[in-house]
Design a protein around this ligand. Sequence first.
Ligand SMILES: [Zn+2]
Length: 60
Amino acid sequence: MLNDALEFACPWCGEINQVETEPGDAGQWVIQDCQVCCSPIEIRLPGPGQDEFTVRAEGN
Ligand SMILES: [Zn+2]
């Protein structure tokens, strides 16, 4: 699974964003600004062999 892109809904505005994932990021929290409202979003990327990931508004 190299450089996969995950789709997720922004917790601030609800718009669909994509985050590029790299193998070394598996299971890590990353912060990305929403491509629509520019608010910071924390994303916990899925670990190896996992599909689930968590998205939350940074600061919550
Ligand atoms: Zn947004």
